[in-house]
Design a protein around this ligand. Structure first.
Ligand SMILES: Nc1nc2c(ncn2[C@@H]2O[C@H](COP(=O)(O)OP(=O)(O)OP(=O)(O)O)[C@@H](O)[C@H]2O)c(=O)[nH]1
Ligand SMILES: [Mg+2]
Length: 421
């Protein structure tokens, strides 16, 4: 790997498998695979093998010089991987069969775990069944199936299609019960360990589409893939082409124990990054979780701002002046829904909101407040080029528009740098 991709040597990251193949030379075979045989199976001399490797290194160096690198950062579930998936769809970088199958397994696990968590929340909040008899029977059937499967989670993704199809009628019965639906609506009011109450942002989306998911031979659609949830536990590098210029998007996990990789990755790529995109899920302004170690109640939006502040203040040396920092206020769809439709009062959750001058139920006012709040964090920090966008990572047209701006920024800086001074 280090011969093929000198740029990744020494990094504990996963470069997209497809890319490794493509970068291995015109034949599409890896350098080692092609080392003994040329085209048509002709045996190569040691000199030819050595020339092939030299050529490969030259190509890699050329690509590496041209490559524009963008790092995605942000706390857990802010939407980094979803943004990357949307970019892949827009750039027609198709998911291969293995990936589609793994999304299918993740979606099964998302639905299964999600409905079981709703039952936990229902119990915690003392919400009654609408119809207890079918509800309790469905729970018993789910538990019986679970004892057959073992613990269901998105890491092991151990539900087969057959098992999911058997569970589907019970999941449907549960989702039809108004008590279970109420548990979904009130999920954020439950305190406690994230593991037990985080049902996934898009559980209702899947449950409302259960008929298509619970079809024999189900293949996730693009929209289903974008709604799926699996946390990132490695550094994932994805190359994409934009107008003939190679881009490398680097995605890292945002869970507390994954965050120590942020500074490491910034260090490894120091001087080679064009942009950091920091993603804040603005819809989390009224969501909390309890820190397992201290029992402290944490507001998720505050945590996002705090992590950014920490990064800019403590890791100053890792940001070079030629980099741009682009902040996405993501999950704008859910954010707008909470403010405009549910009429949630933003000021209840953010004491820095000036309710004398602004209306905490007015979407425009709350957005402006978020931008002011961000400016306080950014202005106190380095002299970076800074940009902000309100985004919805599951909305391809929104991502297409926003990423065009990002690319223009990255390319503009690239062209400016390339011009003689
Ligand atoms: N409705 C909505 N859902 C979103 C949006 N962005 C992401 N999601 C969903 O939020 C969940 C989490 O998104 P991910 O992309 O996995 O989050 P992440 O930042 O990569 O999370 P980690 O890998 O744990 O750091 C997924 O179910 C996504 O489908 C958005 O803009 N709107
Ligand atoms: Mg991720």
């Amino acid at each position: 790997m280090s011969l093929l991709c000198p740029c990744t040597s020494g990094r504990s990251s996963q470069r997209d498998a497809k890319y490794s193949l493509n970068s291995a030379g015109p034949s599409g075979s890896g350098a080692t695979g092609g080392a003994n045989a040329g085209r048509g199976g002709r045996k190569l001399t040691p000199k030819q093998i050595s020339d092939q490797i030299d050529e490969q290194i030259k190509q890699d160096k050329r690509r590496r010089r041209q490559e524009r690198r963008i790092l995605l950062l942000g706390t857990a579930a802010s939407g980094k991987s979803t943004f990357l998936r949307s970019l892949r769809i827009i750039h027609k970088d198709q998911f291969d069969e293995r990936e589609v199958r793994s999304f299918q397994a993740v979606i099964y696990a998302n639905v299964w775990r999600g409905i079981m968590k709703l039952l936990f929340i229902k119990k915690q909040l003392g919400i009654k069944w609408e119809s207890s008899k079918p509800g309790i029977a469905a729970v018993k059937s789910m538990l019986a199936l679970e004892s057959e499967i073992g613990q269901v989670n998105v890491v092991s993704c151990n539900i087969t299609e057959d098992q999911f199809l058997r569970a589907a009628p019970h999941i449907r019965t549960l989702w039809c019960d108004s008590g279970v639906r109420e548990s979904f609506e009130r999920r954020h009011s439950v305190q406690g360990d994230e593991e037990f109450r985080d049902v996934g942002e898009n559980l209702d989306y899947y449950l409302n589409q259960l008929d298509s998911i619970a079809m024999p031979g189900y293949r996730p659609t693009e929209a289903h893939i974008l709604h799926s949830r699996r946390f990132t536990d490695s550094v994932f590098e994805k190359p994409l082409m934009y107008n003939g210029i190679p881009l490398l998007i680097i995605d890292i996990g945002g869970h507390t124990n994954e965050r120590r990789k942020w500074a490491k990755t910034l260090r490894v790529f120091r001087g080679e990054l064009q942009s950091v995109i920091y993603i804040i899920a603005c819809s989390t302004f009224n969501e909390f979780y309890t820190k397992p170690a201290t029992g402290e109640l944490i507001n998720k939006l505050d945590e996002s701002f705090d992590c950014l502040r920490h990064l800019l203040e403590i890791k100053t040396e890792l940001f070079t002046p030629d980099m741009s920092l682009i902040v996405f206020f993501n999950k704008d769809d859910l954010f707008s829904y909470k403010i405009e439709t549910l009429r949630v009062n933003y000021a209840q959750y953010d004491t820095s909101f000036d309710s004398q001058r602004y209306d905490p139920t007015n979407l425009g006012h709350v957005r402006e407040h978020l931008l002011r709040r961000l400016n306080v964090v950014l202005n106190a920090s380095l002299q970076l080029k800074k940009y902000t966008h309100f985004t919805t990572s599951i909305d391809l047209s929104n991502v297409r528009r926003v990423f065009k701006d990002v690319q223009d920024t990255v390319m503009h800086n690239f062209i400016r740098e390339a011009l003689p001074t």
